[in-house]
Design a protein around this ligand. Structure first.
Ligand SMILES: O=C(O)CCC(=O)C(=O)O
Ligand SMILES: [Fe+2]
Length: 441
């Protein structure tokens, strides 16, 4: 079954018209007769077809005005999408497989708490004015390395399960309630993974678990001996000595928009399943919007809000056994699993990206400080964890600089990073002051 605009409730009738020798298919929506050739939007203004305005709002989204339903009436994407546009979008975003029908089929179709959220995200993606390419066309969010990593064995979910049985690997995430649940033990987690594929009726007591940040162990992914080519062979790059950490998600999992670290690249190897990554660059506008949500549990559909509010959205649709891509420092990302999925990741610092990294470490520092003074709802403990993350980035920069002491930028980087570490240490002292107990007079 293919994605069809008849799935959209606004449509009432499908039609076709000829304009300058070209055939346009369109649908009649409650807003009137509207069609598009993929470039511009046409409205039937009573007796003839008219081209609507190409005005855009502050985020670059079209603000078409309908000639009949004048003039402040804004036509949201779904109202005016015609057959041609849907087809273009579909081909761009998902050449042969169909994300819409995958989301509407078992097992996802029975997972009520996530089903509608996923459809809302898909509708918003399909309604975007600029078609999305399946893989980003530029490097504003990600880098595709010129060569694949090398390894002794291909990484598999089997390796990840071996890592997961390690007693200190305990990062079960509940995708229904959107929080990590430290009480869920490994057997319950596996059982949930199996049950999530069954087609029994969903009940409120059911959960949908995934495992995030599963550290590699000798018995698991460590036995694959994966390198992060080309960075692992470069003197100007440092690959995290903490090793690879993997993610195992069930079909239907939505990880809402977030950023994980501050100043590192995140090197990913997707090796199992079909996963759609939504990516936004860490532009000043995006950071402004996102700072209120950083480190906060995701609300109902944060990803949908981000599609509507953030700029520069791109997607990466991973569906092949081994796909490698690298997120630039603090690319905001959300992930939608269309099947059971597995990937692994490692952090990388690279001299070429110091400016990006510095900008994000600074942003992190300022965010922590502001959150502390604003009573933003993040606890002192949570803020201290973030200080540790920025510190870790900064220390890795110093390690990299030691190795490249003769590099032209070494001195400048060292001075900048040391100054940042000093401020981080001051911030840390500020955060670790335990408030005095109230005294009763
Ligand atoms: O796969 C997911 O659902 C989340 C993965 C993610 O955000 C990450 O690995 O950084
Ligand atoms: Fe992430």
């Amino acid at each position: 079954m293919s994605l069809n605009p008849t799935d959209i409730q606004f449509q009432t009738e499908r039609k076709c018209f000829l304009q300058e020798g070209k055939e346009f298919h369109y649908n009649i929506f409650y807003a009137g007769d509207i069609a598009t050739d993929g470039q511009s939007v046409w409205c039937h203004g009573g007796s003839q077809w008219e081209n609507t305005t190409k005005e855009v709002d502050h985020l670059g989204r079209p603000v078409q005005k309908h000639p009949i339903f004048k003039s402040k009436r804004r036509l949201e994407g779904l109202e005016w999408k015609a057959q041609t546009t849907w087809n273009t979008r579909k081909r761009k975003l998902d050449e042969s497989k169909d994300l819409w029908s995958l989301w509407g089929s078992p097992p996802i179709s029975r997972i009520n708490p996530v089903k509608e959220r996923g459809f809302d995200i898909l509708k918003a993606l399909l309604a975007l004015s600029t078609p999305l390419s399946k893989i980003p066309v530029d490097d504003s969010n990600i880098i595709i390395p010129p060569n694949l990593p090398e390894y002794r064995n291909s990484p598999t979910l089997g390796h990840v399960i071996r890592d997961l049985v390690h007693p200190d690997n305990h990062n079960v995430f509940d995708f229904v309630n959107q929080y990590g649940d430290p009480d869920i033990e490994y057997p319950e987690f596996i059982l949930n993974m199996l049950l999530s594929r069954e087609n029994s009726e969903w009940q409120d007591t059911f959960r949908l678990y995934g495992a995030l940040d599963i550290r590699e162990s000798e018995a698991g992914l460590g036995s694959c001996h994966i390198n992060a080519a080309p960075y692992s062979q470069q003197k100007e790059s440092l690959v995290d000595s903490g090793g690879w950490s993997s993610t195992w998600t069930p079909a239907g999992a939505i990880s809402h928009t977030h950023m994980d670290f501050y100043g590192s690249l995140q090197y990913f190897i997707h090796f199992h399943g079909k996963k759609l990554w939504l990516l936004w660059p860490s532009t000043p506008n995006n950071l402004d919007y996102f700072s209120a949500h950083h480190k906060e549990r995701a609300n109902n559909n944060r990803t949908l809000d981000c599609i509507n509010h953030l700029e520069g959205l791109q997607v990466y649709y991973a569906e092949n056994p081994e796909e490698v891509f690298i997120l630039k420092p603090n690319t905001l990302h959300a992930c939608v699993s269309f099947s059971m999925c597995g990937h692994t990741a490692i952090r990388v610092w690279n001299l070429e990206h110091f400016d990006d990294s510095r900008r994000m470490m600074e942003w992190g520092y300022n965010w922590i400080k502001a959150s502390f003074y604003k009573s933003s709802g993040r606890s002192r403990f949570e803020l201290m964890q973030e200080v540790e993350k920025v510190k870790d980035d900064a220390e890795n920069w110093l390690t990299l600089i030691k190795r490249n002491s003769k590099h032209a930028s070494a001195k400048g980087i060292k001075t900048t990073v040391k100054a940042l570490l000093k401020r981080l240490s001051d911030l840390s002292s500020l955060l670790s002051v335990v408030p005095p107990n109230p005294t009763v007079s």
